[in-house]
Design a protein around this ligand. Structure first.
Ligand SMILES: [Ca+2]
Length: 135
């Protein structure tokens, strides 16, 4: 009986070690850090916050997303952010962002509220070229 209990304990410890080793290799933990566990705005190549993405710190506006690329691993990595973003997450808890279809905050602009995320509406999907944080 005592030997059997000891083997069970060893097996549990080995499983715990395997989980610790595997965690840093998960791509999802990078997204969790850059988006969901931060105050950043994240723009995604795919719908439903899927695929490659790029993140912006609070207060960092960008008047032209045509010279930015999706940097993180996943579908769409390396492609332009301008006119190519399909979903967005604003994980800042106090500041909304405004996304616009033209450079320099022109064209159609829509507000993404603080702590909110979207599949971009049809007039913005694959059509965003600039954004700014609301003070
Ligand atoms: Ca830019």
């Amino acid at each position: 009986m005592r030997v059997g209990a000891g083997k069970k304990l060893v097996a549990v410890l080995a499983l715990g070690l395997a989980m610790v080793v595997a965690t840093p290799a998960q791509p999802a933990s990078a997204a969790a850090y850059n988006c969901f566990l931060s105050q950043n705005l994240c723009l995604f190549w795919g719908t439903f916050n899927q695929g490659s993405y790029v993140y912006f710190a609070p207060g960092v506006n960008d008047a032209n997303l045509n010279d930015n690329t999706f940097t993180q691993s996943g579908s769409g990595q390396g492609q332009a952010v301008g006119n190519n973003t399909r979903s967005a997450s604003n994980y800042n808890s106090s500041h909304a962002v405004v996304l616009c279809t033209g450079v320099n905050y022109s064209g159609i602009c829509r507000i993404l509220a603080a702590s909110d995320d979207w599949n971009l509406p049809s007039d913005l999907a694959r059509n965003v070229e600039s954004f700014y944080w609301v003070a």
